[in-house]
Each structure stands twice: as C-alpha cells, then as structure tokens.
Ligand binder design. Sequence first.
Ligand SMILES: NC(=O)c1ccc[n+]([C@@H]2O[C@H](COP(=O)([O-])OP(=O)(O)OC[C@H]3O[C@@H](n4cnc5c(N)ncnc54)[C@H](O)[C@@H]3O)[C@@H](O)[C@H]2O)c1
Length: 242
Amino acid sequence: MSTLTEFNYSGARVAVIGASRGGIGAAIARDFQAAGAEVEITGAEPACLPEDAERFPYTQLDVTDPDAVEAFGKARDELDVLVNCAAITRRGEEMEPAFFGRVLDINLVGTMRCALALHPALAARQGRVINIASMYARFGSPRNPAYGASKAGVEQLTKSLAIAWAGDGIRVNAIAPGFIITEQSARARQDPDFTSSVEARTPLARWGRPQDIAGAVLFLASDAAAFITGTCMLVDGGYSVV
Ligand SMILES: NC(=O)c1ccc[n+]([C@@H]2O[C@H](COP(=O)([O-])OP(=O)(O)OC[C@H]3O[C@@H](n4cnc5c(N)ncnc54)[C@H](O)[C@@H]3O)[C@@H](O)[C@H]2O)c1
C-alpha cells in the first residue's frame, strides 16, 4: 500500500528562514517547490549550496540583526507560509554564558523577530507559521543546555502566537525533530557509540532524514491541518516515547 500524499501549493508564497546548508530547511524548501509553491530561502552565509542557488532566490539574513529582519519583512506584502528553521548548537560549549545568550538570540529571539516582521504579510494571506523546535525542548540536555532552553522557548512561543494570531486567520505550529542527518548533527555523529545508541533506542531503528521533517511541515501548512494550531509535532521515529 502506498499512502504517500501529494500536496498542492500552487500559487503559494513560502519563505524558509535558515535553509542555506542543505539540511532540514533546504529539504522543506525543495518539497514546497515540488508541490508548486514559489519559495525563497535565507541563511547566515553569503550564499547557499550551489544546487539550491539554482532553484531559489537567496537572501543572506542574520536573524540576530533586528533592522535586517524588519527590512526583510517590510519588503514582502504577502506570504502564505513562514518556516523558521535558523538555529545553532555546539555540544559541550553551551555552559559559557556569552555563548548561551547567543544560542538563545538566534534560535528563540530570531524566531520571534522573523515571525513579527512577517506578521503583516502572513495576515494578508491568512498564512501559516511552522517553527522548527526539537525533542530537546522536552529533554534535559547537559551538553546543549542553551539549545534545549531555546527550543523549549520555541515550543512555548508557538502556543502563544497561535492564540495571538488566530484572529488574523494565521495558524502557528511547530515540529520537534528527533535525530536527523544534517551538518548540524555532524559533530555528534562523529561519535560512533552515540550514533549507534540513537539507532538502538529509536523504534524505527534509524536516524531521520531531512525529508522526514519536510513531509510533516507540508502537512501542518496544508488545509489537511486546518483545525491544528499551537501544537508541536514530534517527528523522531519514536525516540522520545521509549
Ligand atoms: N539535525 C538535527 O538532528 C535536528 C534535530 C532537531 C532539530 N533540528 C532543527 O532543525 C533546524 C534546521 O537544522 P539543520 O540540522 O538543517 O541545521 P543546519 O545547520 O544545516 O541549518 C541551520 C540554518 O540556520 C542558519 N543560521 C545559523 N545562524 C544563523 C543566524 N545568526 N541568522 C540566520 N540564520 C542562521 C544557517 O545559515 C542554516 O541555514 C534547526 O532549527 C535545528 O535546530 C535539527
């Protein structure tokens, strides 16, 4: 039985913030484009991956720069879907106070800055916001305390914005990915014991792929999810229910 669902995003405008490095954001952007959407992407780097540069308009946008984020929002009149994907983490370095603050500024405050800047454009289209959290929003994370705190903040912010913007017809949801193979997880994956312990604990017995997250994002942004707002959907192969 194949139950693969096709979504139709023809005519939709989509912005994916934090899609420059070929990871989860890029997979989301590619799937929205394959479903017919007009997609643009951003990242902290001067350029995105060459294969994505051919597909998408790219803006270098530092989400910790309030003026740049505001200008990005003002330049867009209408937006159907905003995906907030920009984040950093550095295993073992996040007890240092200045770096702790930097992680919060990118992952949590950056998400809020982008949502606020694009709120008028989203309201113009009764749009949808999808914030990328993490299962570390719910677990303690001794080597990534800033990351965990920032993602818990993203999950909580998702609930508040869902209530605040429901009157504008905007739905706001989050995804909490489990362990996914991307650049961000490359450092952790250098540890073979860790890599195999993730597989051993995950009921679906593998690391996730960026496309696994993209499918859930396209669902939450679609009319199939018309009565879903303020939720945070775990996409982790069952890791967190063990
Ligand atoms: N990879 C995983 O295992 C995993 C698990 C759970 C959640 N996530 C989340 O998924 C999202 C995407 O992660 P990924 O694995 O694709 O990571 P990635 O490192 O490939 O992408 C992160 C993106 O954030 C952008 N970014 C970083 N600092 C920025 C800044 N100051 N301003 C603007 N953009 C900035 C980068 O340019 C990049 O485009 C993140 O929110 C991450 O926390 C990843």
